[in-house]
Design a protein around this ligand. Sequence first.
Ligand SMILES: NC(=O)C1=CN([C@@H]2O[C@H](COP(=O)(O)OP(=O)(O)OC[C@H]3O[C@@H](n4cnc5c(N)ncnc54)[C@H](OP(=O)(O)O)[C@@H]3O)[C@@H](O)[C@H]2O)C=CC1
Ligand SMILES: Nc1nc(=O)c2c([nH]1)NC[C@@H]1CN(c3ccc(C(=O)N[C@@H](CCC(=O)O)C(=O)O)cc3)C=[N+]21
Ligand SMILES: [Mg+2]
Length: 297
Amino acid sequence: MTIGKIIDGKAFAAGLRAQVAEGVAAFAAQAGRKPGLAVVLVGEDPASSVYVRNKGRMTVEAGMESFEFKLPATIGEDELLDLIEELNADERIDGILCQLPLPGHIDEASVIAAVSPDKDVDGFHVVNAGRLATGQEALVPCTPLGCIMLLKDELGDLSGLEAVVVGRSNIVGKPMAQLLLAENCTVTLAHSRTRDIASVVHRADIVVAAVGRAEMVKGEWIKPGATVIDVGINRVVDTEDGKARIVGDVATAEALAHVRAITPVPGGVGPMTIAVLLRNTLVAAHARAGLPGPEGL
Ligand SMILES: NC(=O)C1=CN([C@@H]2O[C@H](COP(=O)(O)OP(=O)(O)OC[C@H]3O[C@@H](n4cnc5c(N)ncnc54)[C@H](OP(=O)(O)O)[C@@H]3O)[C@@H](O)[C@H]2O)C=CC1
Ligand SMILES: Nc1nc(=O)c2c([nH]1)NC[C@@H]1CN(c3ccc(C(=O)N[C@@H](CCC(=O)O)C(=O)O)cc3)C=[N+]21
Ligand SMILES: [Mg+2]
């Protein structure tokens, strides 16, 4: 039995960040300022804190200005919306990311709607979602765009391939489906009400798992030779050594016997999300400065 390839998202992301850093230097030379990214974290969620720290470090390493706002979980929605208005008006800031999920008393849709579409480097605003859905230029959600980059690197042209996306959230599943459609895939979105999900997944040349359930997608669901992108980030306690670790939404060890290629967790999609966030910030900076988009990105 042959074993599939493990896609090195960490290495691909490092290459993308290096390309972004070159683009940042060129932008700074032309515009006379660095691109700026603001990250807003509400509350103390330990997982979110790790990502925010990594984002801040990588933003500075790419030559950009990083602005971090850590707010208490008790902050009122009005205060958060006021901060976003300030960031919208701040000329130094090209990208605004408000880390999700937000505490229950804050309406996420209102916060997403408050971010200027021009600075919406997450691509979550309805204006950007609508532009993506209608084939117009848009800021595109980071995680799905990172997945497409890995797929094209692995498979080349995706035209005509059967793609099954498991999960239909606004931030991963739906934009993922839009991007696969734009690459001329035949796209199926599966979710918690899907009947016989194993056989739906078994049709796919490309499987994208974005569910949030540890190792839910089993090895035998995968068609031999399919390429699997595992978006899931699930914190579990190892039954062997009692240590906390993260696993994806796919039973990777089983799947390896079936796949052509698969992304690991960690080291797959996660690092791509941050690299694309920096790429989107550079794209937003170009647009705001009235410059043509950064070359090759
Ligand atoms: N690597 C990265 O950079 C990122 C990773 N993530 C991770 O990706 C995963 C998904 O995130 P997100 O999209 O925000 O999650 P959501 O919880 O918003 O959405 C989960 C989706 O999975 C579906 N689902 C849940 N249970 C099942 C099931 N048993 N069978 C089939 N479908 C099911 C839900 O269906 P329904 O709609 O019917 O409820 C829903 O559409 C999480 O693990 C998250 O941590 C997220 C963002 C970035
Ligand atoms: N507004 C908003 N935008 C987001 O993009 C967003 C968000 N909110 N909320 C949370 C999710 C999750 N997310 C990740 C980013 C990086 C890694 C990442 O770097 N992961 C590494 C390390 C994982 C680890 O060790 O914890 C890896 O998979 O190798 C993971 C997950 C972005 N998200
Ligand atoms: Mg909420």
